[in-house]
Design a binder for this molecule. Structure first.
Ligand SMILES: [Zn+2]
Length: 150
């Protein structure tokens, strides 16, 4: 699959998806999970370049990645007050690096370790309510006000 058929590449140039975008640099793009969002503050850090994951990083991307992940994770915590931030990247839905940054609240067992995958699937299947669209818009607006260096 090349850039032309890649959902993430398309999304980076798509006006409808821009509603969820928080910040971008020449290497990375940070966005909120689109509707239906499984949790408030569930962000995604994408490579701007079409690449499957760290195996394909250039030296410049490898040097920049850790800092971008740290700043994006700090933003998740600032937005949500969560205790921890999970970072997960499978790259199966689209073979283009999109790191899931997931707020982990100690008091919410639905977000503990692999339970968060069950929660994700339940929201995707509409068996569990997604984040309300108004709350999603408010979160994205608030996130854009905070300075994030990617
Ligand atoms: Zn792509």
């Amino acid at each position: 699959m090349g850039p032309a058929s890649c959902a993430i590449c398309r999304l980076h140039g798509d006006a409808a998806s821009a509603a969820f975008e928080i910040a971008r640099s020449d290497l990375w793009l940070l966005r909120h999970h689109p509707d239906p969002a499984p949790l408030a503050g569930w962000l995604l850090l994408d490579a701007r370049r079409h690449l499957a994951g760290p195996l394909a990083f250039t030296d410049r991307e490898a040097a920049s990645w850790g800092r971008a992940v740290r700043h994006a994770s700090q933003l998740v915590q600032q937005l949500t007050g969560c205790d921890r931030v999970y970072a997960i990247a499978f790259g199966e839905g689209a073979p283009h690096l999109h790191l899931h940054l997931i707020p982990r609240h100690g008091a919410d067992p639905a977000t503990a370790a692999w339970s968060v995958a069950d929660h994700y699937r339940a929201v995707a299947a509409r068996e569990h309510p997604a984040v309300a669209p108004d709350q999603l818009r408010e979160l994205v607006a608030r996130a854009r006000q905070l300075v994030v260096q990617l």
